[in-house]
Design a protein around this ligand. Structure first.
Ligand code: G3P
Length: 218
């Protein structure tokens, strides 16, 4: 399973990239606004740090502007993945950019029906938002399970399931159990994956016991 980080914070991206565990980055207009940075130079900076796909989202909602924005974003770096909304115009842009060899992430997916359309449009990634479904009392992870099953029925579809709107470590564990290809997570959720109180307790005991031996490895 690939790990993407969902942020526009370049310091967090550098930090996570240094772990060697980071496979890509996703951004969206809300995250760019939060970063306070200029969008295009920020995407270039991220692409210089991370070699995997870096999702950069179009701002327009009409086909003509979206396709122009998408081509401009794709020109920033080889690893830019253009993010488009799951609308009729967005999927038309998806098909066209995919045919041109550009990676496309179709975002704001909330149903299996929408995910089928994205695969038909040649999306590189489909981004179902699990946390936002949970927020309205629907089962976000059930949607992931459904899409993984559906895509598995059609090996000719190459679209990867990118679990988005991740809120806690169990979303990631469940996504792995279901065979989702990618999770994109806020930095704090990735950091939580490391934590277990028995790890901390066990390490403290090993450190203390090692001191008692009076030895040094180096
Ligand atoms: O980037 C898309 C998605 O991950 C957003 O998540 O937390 O705003 O629902 P969230």
């Amino acid at each position: 399973m690939k790990f993407f980080v969902d942020t526009g914070d370049i310091n967090d991206i550098r930090d996570l990239a240094s772990t060697g565990l980071l496979d890509g980055v996703t951004t969206n207009p809300s995250l760019i606004a939060k970063s306070g940075k200029q969008f295009l130079p920020l995407i270039k900076e991220i692409c210089d740090v991370v070699s995997g796909p870096v999702s950069a989202e179009v701002a327009a909602t009409d086909y003509d502007t979206m396709i122009r924005e998408g081509r401009k974003l794709a020109g920033i770096a080889e690893n830019v993945c253009v993010k488009v909304p799951l609308t009729p115009a967005g999927l038309k842009v998806c098909k066209e950019l995919s045919d041109e060899g550009t990676q496309v992430n179709v975002t704001l997916c909330f149903s299996a029906a929408q995910a089928i359309l994205a695969a038909k449009a040649g999306a590189t990634f489909i981004s179902p938002f699990v946390g936002r479904l949970d927020d309205i009392g629907q089962d976000g992870m059930q949607l992931i399970s459904d899409i993984v099953t559906i895509y598995g029925n059609y090996p000719e579809w190459n679209t990867e399931v990118l679990v988005a709107s991740v809120r806690h470590p169990m979303h990631i564990v469940d996504a792995a159990m279901m065979g989702a290809h990618v999770v994109t997570c806020p930095p704090d959720v990735i950091k939580k994956l490391y934590s277990h109180p028995l790890t901390d307790k066990g390490l403290a005991a090993f450190v203390e016991d090692w001191k008692k031996t009076g030895q040094s490895i180096l």
